[in-house]
Write a protein that binds this ligand. Structure first.
Ligand code: PEP
Ligand code: MG
Length: 583
């Protein structure tokens, strides 16, 4: 009888393929003693292996550069930086000298020490960093022991992985880049949640993936046929003929549907009753504008500038920021650019940031985002100036993340005024009338949206954080990712309050969190009054398709009814029925 498994579906696609069950065999590290005269030679062996590991990663990055999404090559950069970490290097070298042991063992001792510290912290964000360190150390050890990486044998993988569904415990960024080349059909992993590296990769590449399938490799045998349904998170093992035919039909329909969607490229997003909806894209760096333009020539409702900081692993100066923002504007050819000031902290951090003072147990509630900028205007002022300067060359606006109250706005406005006068004093071109908006990401901000709206030019709802903070679950902890529910009545109420505040104050309210990119919610949001969506590039045409087949008047009545419901399950069914009626 066919067996099914359930995990977290992180990308919408469906695929059928044979299982490639992937066991990462960890290198067996043995300890042996060396004489004190051999320590330099042993250290050199360690350094050579580290260089070799660095060269391997750079190679992977270079060969993948053109087609690989930015997020993924960024993970490789993170691993490159870890390879260069002075602490890892110095502690390993000291261990070799003090214990007179081989380099592999010295490295292993360091990693065990680091892992122990991470495990005791029990912090989900640091847990992902722990995996990064393990991947990096494993790579150096393989180099020292002259063990080839399985993935480097690309000939073998070519024939093994094409159209296969990879079943693994977890995948490193380098694994995923190589697998992208092998044209895998899909991924299943035993660990990881919706915001893990693999999830981001799968979404960016449009590869069907299901994560968090505990013990998947105990249930799935090599070469077994699988159906992977990324929409529901269900995997069918050795499906019967009827199911296979049904899913083959679904895949064919989906291909055709996506092809037809391109007829909507560069056409307006407009409802049946003639209301024009603003549909923009989210980007992380200037190069992403190219991807955006593959789907639509439109503006950007969310430019996550912290990626520039993370990519450099340091705070870029005003000039570098200005040039980057201006380049992005140029690429947009006259379409608007919403530049979000940096949102570092929480799940986005520079790699080598050393923690001072007491341990932060809840980084999502800590000195994150605008709080950090206001604490250190030496970081913030150059960014404000760079944005003001870029806005002198095209339609750019400034958006502040994680606002919680009006007093923060007051401080921001003062800093903006200071930045303007400095630019003016030096006769530097800038836009002194730039629009300033804020993201509604914290329940307090939604509840006070009316006060905030009275002082701002626009608002944008960041549902990823708004839902995390409203429902009190950590967005990067896969143990609690089941709590993510955009249809919780509390979330819907906060969204409605924000939309109402924008309407009564006459300012635009956009939505740029993942909820805006999910077609399940488009009609409900239109009915609630959302008129501006900022979405992932590959969702642009799907969302436009729904907008263009919607009638606002009809949706309004039904959405009102949905907002009056109290049970999340009842709401889910009502939204499903709304979608069915109009599809
Ligand atoms: C959000 O929180 O919804 C959002 C768009 O910001 P980020 O995902 O970058 O935190
Ligand atoms: Mg956010």
């Amino acid at each position: 009888m066919p067996v099914s498994l359930k995990g977290i579906g992180v990308s919408n696609g469906i695929c059928i393929g044979q299982a490639y069950v992937y066991y990462r065999e960890l290198p067996e590290v043995l300890e042996y003693s060396i004489s004190k005269y051999d320590t330099d030679r042993e250290i050199k062996r360690f350094e050579d292996a580290r260089d070799q590991a660095q060269a391997q990663l750079s190679d992977i990055k270079d060969t993948a550069a053109s087609e690989t999404p930015h997020d993924i090559s960024q993970f490789i950069d993170t691993h490159l930086l870890m390879l260069d970490d002075p602490v890892l290097y110095e502690d390993t070298v000291s261990h070799i000298r003090a214990r007179l042991c081989n380099a592999e063992w010295a490295l292993q001792a360091q990693v065990e020490r680091i892992v122990k510290v991470f495990d005791e912290m029990n912090d989900p964000y640091l847990k992902t960093r722990k995996d990064d360190i393990l991947h990096v150390v494993e790579r150096i050890q393989r180099c020292m022991m002259h063990e080839p990486e399985i993935n480097h044998d690309s000939e073998k993988l070519d024939s093994h992985l094409k159209n296969r569904i990879v079943v693994a415990d977890d995948l490193t960024p380098a694994d995923t880049i190589l697998m992208q080349h092998q044209k895998v059909a899909g991924f299943i992993t035993e660990y990881g949640g919706p915001l893990s590296h693999t999830a981001i990769l799968a979404r960016n590449l449009g590869i069907p993936a299901i994560l968090g399938v505990h013990n998947a490799r105990n249930f799935i045998q090599a070469n077994e046929q699988l159906i992977l349904d990324g929409r529901t998170g269900i995997i069918q093992i050795s499906p019967d003929k009827k199911e296979l035919t049904r899913f083959k039909g679904l895949i064919r329909d989906e291909r055709l549907r996506r092809k037809n969607l391109f007829d909507l490229k560069n056409k307006p997003a407009k409802t049946i009753d003639g209301l024009k909806i603003n549909l923009h894209g989210n980007i992380d760096r200037p190069e992403d504008v190219r991807t955006l333009r593959q789907y639509d020539h439109t503006g950007v409702g969310l430019y996550r500038t912290e990626m520039l900081f993370i990519e450099n692993n340091e705070i870029p100066d005003e000039q570098e920021q200005f040039e980057t923002y201006r380049r992005t504007l140029r690429a947009l050819k006259g379409h608007p650019l919403t530049i979000r000031t940096m949102d570092l902290g929480g799940d986005k951090e520079l790699v080598n940031t050393t923690q001072h003072g007491p341990l932060v147990h809840n980084p999502a509630l800590g000195l994150r985002s605008i709080r950090r900028c206001l604490k250190d205007p030496r970081i913030f002022i150059p960014q404000i100036k760079a944005i003001l300067r870029a806005a002198g060359y095209g339609p750019a606006s400034m958006m502040i993340p994680m606002i919680t109250c009006v007093s923060e706005l007051q401080q921001i406005f003062e800093l903006v005024e200071q930045a303007k006068s400095e630019l003016k004093a030096h006769r530097i071109r800038h836009d002194a009338n730039i629009s300033i908006g804020a993201m509604i990401e914290v329940p307090a901000a939604a509840l006070a949206a009316d006060h905030l709206a009275s002082k701002l030019d626009f608002l944008s709802i960041g549902t990823n954080d708004l839902i995390q903070y409203t429902l009190a679950f950590d967005r990067i902890d896969d143990e609690v990712s089941y709590l993510y529910n955009p249809l919780h009545p509390a979330v819907l109420k906060l969204i409605q309050m924000t939309l109402n505040a924008g309407e009564s104050r006459g300012i635009q309210v956009s939505m740029c969190g993942e909820m805006a990119s999910d077609t399940k919610y488009t009609r409900l949001l239109l009915g609630m009054g959302l008129r501006c969506f900022s979405v992932q590039a590959n969702s642009l045409l799907d969302i436009k398709h729904i907008i263009n087949r919607s009638n606002i008047e009809q949706l309004r009545t039904q959405s009102e009814h949905i907002l009056s419901l109290s049970d999340p399950d009842e709401i889910r069914l009502a939204v499903a029925s709304l979608n069915q009626q109009f599809s």
